[in-house]
Design a protein around this ligand. Sequence first.
Ligand code: FES
Ligand SMILES: [Fe+2]
Length: 418
Amino acid sequence: MLSREDNQKLTRVGPGTPMGELMRRYWMPIAAIDEFARVSAKPVRLMGEDLILYRDRSGTYGLVDRHCPHRNADMANGYIEDCGFRCNYHGWLFDQTGRCLSQPYEDVAHPEARFRDKVRITAYPVEVVADMVWAYLGPEPVPLIPDWEVFHWENGFRQIVFANVECNWFQCQENSIDPVHFEWLHLNWSERLRGNTDGGSPRHVKVAFEEFEYGHVYRRLREGMTESHPLWQVGRVCLWPNALFTGTHFEWRVPVDDENTLSVTWSYTKVPKDREPCVQEGAIPSWVGPTRKDGEWIASHVMNQDFIAWTGQGRVSDRTREHLGPSDEGILMVRRRFFDDMERVARGEDPKAVIRDPATNRRLRLPVADRKAVEEGISREDMLAHPFMRGFLVDGYPFQSGQPDAVRKDYAQAMGIE
Ligand code: FES
Ligand SMILES: [Fe+2]
């Protein structure tokens, strides 16, 4: 149980709030580059700030204030130029650093005043890594985007999947350190949804949690497993500060504002050995999955089930009324680390897992339970016999509903399935 004040401290992300300041020390994935084949600019709301993300004709990305510094026009209706982004109200043009490059009327009528040199728009750094556009809203010096080893793995089919989740990001992230929900929210509930009411999936008998350099690990032991099982030996990763890493995909819970979260999944599916080499042409495909159909929740896929649980906790979960038990030990560890880190940031220190040394930031390794299978690949037969990789061959993309046909076709082609 938390006090109301502590709950607010954990959940509020606007500028100047303790958590808002902490989260501004990290790069956030906010878009996929393949979106910019369809649009040149899009509005983005990030940690309570309204912004425009664009790619100009030179291919440079920029992230600027949504409202023009001239007279507050909505820059969502602006347009790109060879260099920069232009407000459609009176044509002021800005570049990705926030400089005003042109003021069409003032430049003609009063060039000597050089009024444009006196105007700036708020602009934040953006970078592309793993075909995602990342944004950094914090102070300088700007840290590095972690170069996770998975981004370099070959012979896999990659896709980027978004969802708009209507609740605070922190309850989404607490799910990243919650092993037991897997048994009930996913396995047992899926059986019930299929009409199967007898029995249940093997029970969790032991869970364990540890902190490491880039986050926390949770380990589980379920009935029928021995302690040599990779999910007990290695476990899964609650990645600092706002992601889950399962060994084959990342799920970031990006705070849109205090009551909304952008779920960003970067998924990698190893193809069976007989489909190597597998080289994906062009940008990694991205898509947005719906959470409801005809007003009803979609419960058919793993992450859709998560979305239902998270939003069911309330727009901002009221932690003054919770009762944490032994399975929640990891949640307590993570909360403690966040409170400590908010204090570190207030003292002017770097919080956990901020990476600044380019020599360190090379193919960073994370714990991967089935490392050999997902890194080196396995045969189709072994994949079909593998407890969780089997699903990639028989069920297609199991995590989120709404995969477009074009992506499904490319996936089937890569994997060698009908
Ligand atoms: S409000 Fe944008 S140029 Fe005038
Ligand atoms: Fe889950």
